[in-house]
Design a protein around this ligand. Structure first.
Ligand SMILES: Nc1ncnc2c1ncn2[C@@H]1O[C@H](COP(=O)(O)OP(=O)(O)O)[C@@H](O)[C@H]1O
Ligand SMILES: [Mg+2]
Length: 227
């Protein structure tokens, strides 16, 4: 704590409805996240967690309210894909890797948004596969990998553009507890070594208790923890 901390996410009264207002997915979210925090987002299914994460990652636009991420006002910003590729690393529950590409090519894919050489691309991707412990699987299709290995590749892919924020939507939701802890440890190490802001949606209390702060979402709002 101290004067050096800066806000990386500032959200005020954020609302989002689907299907012509019949579903209020976000119903006035207020939330501030400091740079370098490790946050767990919890709450029942359908409470708006994924919608909130998608707003922070500029995958979707809010109806109303304020959302500023890494200095960008996302409600007025035009080039959202640049923002995404330069600032955000996404990890999903189902890894979303492309089966027709090798694991290495999957990790390289987001770097095509950047102006870097093919040598640099390959070097970065290989180094990351090494960091997450699956460099021996670089040439294999994700289809040939175990669930835990695939999620490691997905983490490597999320990191390849050096994001300042990792957004992970139930990243360990389809893993056994051993693999779940290994993936979480990789994310925690990154957070500690590189000061990456880590925001993880999870249902797993064992994952949540390792975070520095837990945000509880209910009916599209942030609620105080029930003690
Ligand atoms: N693309 C969409 N179209 C219509 N309704 C949606 C869409 N995405 C989410 N919703 C609805 O918004 C609410 C919040 O969903 P979501 O953010 O996915 O919740 P959570 O991730 O907490 O399970 C739910 O009622 C869900 O059905
Ligand atoms: Mg969800």
């Amino acid at each position: 704590m101290g004067v050096c901390m800066s806000k990386i996410v500032e959200i005020e009264n954020l609302t989002k409805s689907y299907e012509k207002d019949s579903v209020k997915a976000l119903n006035g979210i207020n939330l501030t996240i400091e740079e370098g925090e490790f946050i767990a987002i919890m709450g029942p299914s359908g409470s708006g967690k994924s919608t909130l994460l998608n707003m922070i990652g500029a995958l979707d636009k809010a109806d109303d309210g304020k959302i500023i991420v890494d200095g960008h006002d996302l409600r007025v910003k035009k080039d959202l894909s640049d923002f995404r590729s330069e600032t955000i690393g996404f990890v999903f529950q189902l890894h979303n890797l492309l089966p027709m590409l090798s694991s290495l090519e999957n990790v390289e894919l987001p770097t095509y948004e950047l102006r870097i050489s093919s040598d640099e691309r390959r070097k970065r991707a290989l180094k990351l596969l090494e960091n997450v412990g699956v460099e021996d699987k670089a040439k294999f299709s994700p289809n040939k990998l175990s669930g835990g290995e695939r999620q490691r590749v997905a983490v490597a892919r999320a990191l390849v553009n050096h994001p300042s924020i990792i957004l992970a939507d139930e990243p360990t939701g389809s893993l056994d507890s051993d693999n779940s802890q290994k993936i979480l440890q990789i994310l925690k190490d990154l957070h500690q070594q590189k000061n990456i802001t880590l925001i993880i949606i999870t249902h797993d209390p064992n994952v949540a208790k390792q975070a520095e702060r837990i945000i509880n979402i209910l009916d599209g709002k942030v609620v105080e923890a029930l003690v």
